[in-house]
Design a protein around this ligand. Structure first.
Ligand code: ADP
Ligand code: MG
Length: 319
């Protein structure tokens, strides 16, 4: 059993430089116990470097951080005893089975005998690997390996869990299964979860709060709902049935909001207020502008990223 679950993560002015690259460039974080914090950003943003500093694998260049109440630079062993981590570069042995990995890991934590046996079965069941437990890792799928990583990270009942892109490359079912288990850990066991992801949907579904990181800096932070509400408005996009109606359509939609980018052949505005869709449809009807297609697009975290960085998260790697 680890200590009391009354500390989360606190970070002030944390920096990590590699020669002239400031991979993490002065970040502040305050994560409450039991919170699921989603650290969202494109490839190269500084997510793993942050995780490596918080898990004591990498010393910070400047700033300070406490994890579970312990300083990452001065109290490494105490930090490590309080946390579990499933990192991107996993070190599973292809010639050992899942159960063998769990046995080794429990021995490292001094867990033995009947306690160990029961713990291993509980963890295997929890990540859905009971029947695959005796298979060698080289026969595991990517999703199975990530689930075993999670089980290994949970062996010593950590109060804080770090997951670095836990679902990258996983199929949708494995992803959902992992989300469910992470949600359960936070909800039922009060585990604090620091999770990095490149997936907007993952941050949106899973995280209580999201920090968006770009070029080593946090560019936005808040609950997914609040971040999206800040961007505010939904976009309505209408494809006129007849091209000749385009100008009348533009004038009509212009009464409901400001023009914004649309697909070819369509016209779109960002709506001024909430619940405007029925009004727009009524106006189209009244003024006899026929629509081939009407799409309502709620703001997403990608819109938030776009607003803060001028790029879309999904395309950020190419930029
Ligand atoms: N060991 C290292 N040596 C030099 N540069 C590094 C090292 N680790 C990371 N970087 C650089 O730091 C930046 C952030 O990397 P990383 O934290 O891995 O990003 P992310 O996990 O968000 O994809 C990148 O520009 C990367 O090339
Ligand atoms: Mg990374």
């Amino acid at each position: 059993m680890s200590g009391e679950r009354n500390h989360g993560i606190e970070v002030e002015g944390l920096v990590r430089a590699f020669k002239d690259v400031r991979a993490v460039d002065g970040i502040d974080l305050r994560i409450e116990p039991g919170e699921i914090y989603g650290f969202l950003g494109p490839n190269g943003a500084g997510k793993s470097t942050t995780v490596h500093m918080l898990t004591t694998l990498l010393p910070p260049t400047a700033g300070r951080a406490t994890v579970a109440g312990f300083d990452v630079a001065r109290e490494g062993p105490k930090v490590r005893a309080s946390i579990g981590a499933a990192l991107q570069e996993t070190a599973l042995d292809p010639f050992l089975s899942g159960r063998e990995h769990l046995r080794l890991q429990s021995s490292l934590h001094g867990i033995r005998g009947q306690t160990r046996k029961e713990l291993i079965e509980t963890l295997l069941a929890r990540v859905g690997l009971t029947s695959a437990g005796d298979r060698k890792i080289r026969t595991y799928s990517g999703g199975m390996k990530r689930r075993l990583d999670l089980a290994l990270a949970l062996i010593h009942n950590p109060q804080i869990l770090f997951l670095d892109e836990p679902t990258t490359g996983l199929d949708p079912q494995s992803r959902t299964a992992l989300w469910e288990e992470v949600g359960r850990l936070a909800r039922d066991e009060g585990v604090t979860v620091f999770l990095t992801t490149q997936y907007l949907e993952e941050a949106d579904v899973l995280a209580d709060r999201v920090g968006i990181i770009d070029h080593g800096k946090i560019v936005a932070e808040g609950t997914p709902a609040r971040l999206k509400a800040e961007i505010g408005k939904a976009t309505i996009e209408v494809v006129p049935e007849q091209n000749a109606d385009r100008e009348r359509l533009a004038a009509l939609l212009g009464r409901f909001g400001e023009e914004t980018a649309a697909r070819p052949g369509a016209y779109a505005v960002q709506l001024d207020g909430h619940g405007k869709l029925p009004d727009v449809i009524r106006a189209l009807d009244n003024e006899d502008v026929r629509a081939a297609e009407i799409n309502l697009h709620q703001p997403t975290l990608d819109d938030v990223f776009l607003a803060k960085t001028g790029r879309t998260l999904e395309g950020a790697e190419d930029a």
